[in-house]
Design a protein around this ligand. Structure first.
Ligand code: PHE
Length: 346
């Protein structure tokens, strides 16, 4: 009898529905008990073959089973979905306020000081300029008034990139100083010009605690009408006082660089002992800082500037050495060692 079969079916379906614990299991259940290929659908289809009277009795029973089963199914589905969502919400979440013991990166001390130096010079009206590290022999030496036969060429041990031909415009070197950018910018901007050039330079030197084959320099160049050494002194004194956040004095000694005349060695008063004399300044009260001077007329001319009208000062200091001084780093090799223990201090 159809009615018995229907109620058996209903019981089977309810048992099956009860057993389902996961949303995942609902699909199969639906296919077996409610879907187009289910037994229930077979019942519905077979109704049309029944005599009208019987059909009238049985049809509402089967419809009722179907409706109730569908309702139960919907309820179960809603229940399981909510349960699974609740479970996920309870276990699978992220505390965005939680602090993780992840070490943040830090800014390399060279970059740190370079940025500060750039800020200070920019505030004084200097522009930051740049040039290539592979430079022509001409810009690195000849244009800076260093004749090829002159022993001054050997002052800086050079890495040659090209083999050395007769033509200094053809030959390339790893720039031995940022002074090579002086010529580039004079040619590009003409006068007046007021730039600093932070950058990496290369020298073919034996490496030890205070020498590396690459290091950083900051070049300065100011060309205008009526520029004198007093402007150089004031500029450097102001820059260092700003950088070290205390009054720093600057002194000049005569020095030789082919691209400046007069040429100077510039020292500043020792920060540690305030000029009284200590181990750091070798008891002199002064720390050697940089080379500088008034731009040589030949250099101005090579840069396309008339030395009868314009004068200028230039300087070049070792950024790497400045960083070492500021942070009390006593071995230059640490700076590029990539040692985390060293770098994470900054
Ligand atoms: N280029 C020089 C050096 O590397 C420094 C310097 C720059 C000296 C400008 C005078 C003028 O030693």
């Amino acid at each position: 009898m159809l009615v018995h079969r229907a109620s058996d079916f209903e019981k089977k379906a309810r048992d099956a529905l009860k057993k389902i614990q996961k949303v995942e299991g609902l699909g199969v259940f639906y296919a077996n008990f409610l879907g187009k290929k289910s037994e229930l659908n077979d019942f519905l289809k077979s109704l049309k073959d029944l005599p009208a009277e019987e059909k009238r009795d049985i049809a509402p029973v089967i419809q009722k089973i179907r409706t109730e089963l569908q309702n139960d199914f919907d309820a179960k589905q809603a229940f399981l979905r909510k349960k699974e969502l609740d479970e996920r919400l309870a276990s699978d979440w992220l505390d965005v306020t939680k602090e993780f013991p992840i070490k943040k990166g830090s800014i390399h001390p060279i970059s740190r000081v370079q940025r500060r130096v750039e800020e200070i010079f920019t505030s004084m009206g200097f522009e930051i300029a740049d040039g290539p590290e592979v430079e022509t022999e001409w810009r690195n030496f000849d244009a800076l008034n260093v004749p090829s036969s002159h022993p001054a060429r050997d002052m800086q041990d050079t890495f040659w990139v090209s083999s050395r031909s007769q033509d200094p415009h053809e030959n390339t070197v790893l720039r031995t100083h940022t002074s090579s950018v002086q010529i580039r910018k004079m040619m590009e901007y003409g006068a007046p010009v007021r730039i600093i050039v932070p950058g990496r330079v290369y020298r073919n030197e034996a490496v030890d605690a205070s020498h590396d084959a690459t290091f950083y320099q900051v070049e300065g160049l100011l060309v205008d009408k009526g520029i004198s050494l007093a402007h150089l002194k004031g500029t450097i004194q102001a820059m260092l006082s700003e950088l070290f956040e205390k009054e720093v004095l600057v002194r000049f000694r005569p020095g030789y660089f082919p691209f400046v005349e007069p040429g100077l060695e510039v020292d500043f008063s020792c920060l540690l002992c305030n000029g009284k004399g200590c181990r750091v300044c070798k008891h002199s009260g002064w720390v050697e800082f940089m080379g500088a001077g008034m731009v040589h007329p030949n250099v101005l001319r090579n840069g396309g500037i008339d030395p009868e009208v314009y004068s200028g000062f230039a300087f070049g200091f070792g950024l790497t050495r400045l960083v070492m001084m500021q942070y009390g780093i006593d071995d230059i090799r640490l700076l590029f060692s990539q040692k985390k223990s060293f770098l994470s201090q900054f």
